[in-house]
Design a protein around this ligand. Structure first.
Ligand SMILES: NC(=O)c1ccc[n+]([C@@H]2O[C@H](COP(=O)([O-])OP(=O)(O)OC[C@H]3O[C@@H](n4cnc5c(N)ncnc54)[C@H](OP(=O)(O)O)[C@@H]3O)[C@@H](O)[C@H]2O)c1
Length: 315
C-alpha cells in the first residue's frame, strides 16, 4: 500500500450522510488524493470541493484507486463492491452486505484491528451501534469475562441517512415520536439481530448471550445505548471506570448524551454502576457520533491500519 498522501481514495456514496462526513475526516486525517462517487442522480454535482462521478462498474474497476470507502446501502454495495475489488482496490464497506460473510473481516480497530490484514479485498465496517458497544465491552471482557449483555438503544435519525435528517428538520416538534424503521422478522428488527451477530463476530465470542431492543429517537446525530452486562469474575464499578478511562477511543463522562458525542471522535461512557438484579452485573450508558466513530471514522481508521500494516489487537 502507498503512503497516506500518495494513497488514491475513492469515496462511494460521497453525497450521503456518512459520505459527506467521510470527506471532512479524510481532509482532517491528511488524505489529499480523494475522488467522490455516487449514483447517476448526483453525477456532476459538487461535494466538498469534488465533482461527483457516477459509480459505474467501469469507473470502479479501472484500477486507478487504492482504497474505496463505500457508504451506499446494502443492495448497491452487493452490486458495486465486486467491481472495485476486480480493479485491484481494497474496499472498506459500511453496509451490512458483507459483515457476516465468513472470511470477510469485520473490524473495529481498537477491538480486533489485527484482523484487517486478513482480507481478500473487502473489509466490513460494523453497524453504528456495534462499534461503540464493542469499544466499551472489550476492556471489561478482558478483565472479567463477559457472561451476558443486554442493550437498549436510542438511535438518532441520521443513522437512517440524509433523507431522514431532512424529514426530522421538516417535522413539527409536537409530531416527534420514537421510530422503529428497520426490517421486522416477526420477532425482532434486523438492527437488533445485527447488533448480536456482529458483536459476537468482532469479539470472537460466538455464543455470547446478547439481547437488544433498538429504537430511533428524534435526535439528529448521536446514538446512545443503555447496557447491562454480567461478568464471570467480580468487577466493581470503580474498576470498570478505571478500565474504560484507559481504553482507546473511549472517554468516561458522567452523563453521556448524543449531543455531547456529536462531532467528537471518542465514545462517551458513564452512569457506570452495579446492577443489583444479578450477582455480578454492571449497568452503564454510552453515546457516540454514529456518523463518525459509528461509520466514517472507523472506516478511515481501518484504511490507516492497512496503510501502516501495523499490528493491532485481535479480539
Ligand atoms: N448513517 C449512519 O449513521 C450509518 C452508520 C453506519 C453505516 N451506515 C451505512 O452507510 C450506508 C450509507 O448510509 P447513509 O446514512 O450515508 O445514507 P444516505 O444519506 O441515504 O446516502 C446514500 C449514498 O449512497 C449513494 N447511492 C445510493 N444508491 C447508489 C447507487 N446505486 N450507486 C451509487 N451510489 C449510490 C447516494 O448517492 P446519490 O446522492 O446519488 O443518491 C448517497 O451518496 C448504508 O449502508 C448504511 O447502512 C450508515
Amino acid at each position: 500500500m502507498p503512503s497516506r498522501n500518495g494513497t488514491r481514495i475513492g469515496v462511494v456514496g460521497g453525497t450521503g450522510a456518512v459520505g459527506t462526513v467521510t470527506l471532512g475526516l479524510l481532509r482532517e486525517h491528511g488524505f489529499e488524493n480523494v475522488r467522490v462517487f455516487a449514483s447517476a442522480r448526483s453525477a456532476g454535482k459538487q461535494v466538498g470541493g469534488h465533482t461527483v462521478e457516477e459509480a459505474t462498474p467501469d469507473a470502479l474497476s479501472r484500477g486507478d484507486v487504492d482504497i474505496f470507502l463505500f457508504s451506499v446501502g446494502t443492495g448497491a454495495s452487493r452490486e458495486l463492491v465486486p467491481h472495485a475489488v476486480r480493479g485491484g482496490a481494497t474496499v472498506v464497506d459500511k453496509s451490512s452486505a458483507y459483515r457476516l460473510e465468513p472470511g470477510i473481516p469485520l473490524v473495529v480497530p481498537e477491538v480486533n484491528g489485527g484482523r484487517a490484514m486478513e482480507n481478500d479485498g473487502i473489509i466490513a465496517n460494523p453497524n453504528c451501534c456495534t462499534i461503540p458497544l464493542t469499544c466499551v465491552l472489550k476492556p471489561l471482557h478482558e478483565e472479567a469475562g463477559l457472561v451476558r449483555v443486554r442493550v437498549a438503544t436510542y438511535q438518532s435519525v441520521s443513522g437512517a441517512g440524509a433523507q431522514s435528517m431532512e424529514q426530522l428538520r421538516n417535522e413539527a416538534p409536537d409530531d416527534h415520536d420514537l421510530r422503529m424503521d428497520w426490517d421486522f422478522d416477526g420477532e425482532e428488527f434486523d438492527e437488533e439481530s445485527k447488533l448480536r451477530a456482529e458483536t459476537r463476530k468482532i469479539m470472537e465470542l460466538p455464543d455470547l448471550p446478547i439481547q437488544a431492543t433498538c429504537v430511533r429517537v428524534p435526535v439528529m446525530i448521536g446514538h446512545a445505548e443503555a447496557v447491562w452486562l454480567e461478568t464471570e469474575q467480580p468487577l466493581s464499578p470503580e474498576r470498570a471506570r478505571e478500565l474504560l478511562a484507559a481504553a482507546p477511543s473511549v472517554r468516561v463522562e458522567e452523563f453521556p448524551s448524543p449531543g455531547k458525542a456529536a462531532g467528537i471522535d471518542d465514545v462517551l461512557v458513564g452512569r457506570i454502576r452495579r446492577d443489583p438484579t444479578v450477582d455480578q452485573g454492571l449497568a452503564l450508558f454510552l453515546a457516540s457520533d454514529n456518523l463518525r466513530k459509528g461509520a466514517a471514522l472507523n472506516a478511515i481508521q481501518i484504511a490507516e491500519l492497512l496503510l501502516s500494516g501495523a499490528r493491532a489487537p485481535a479480539a
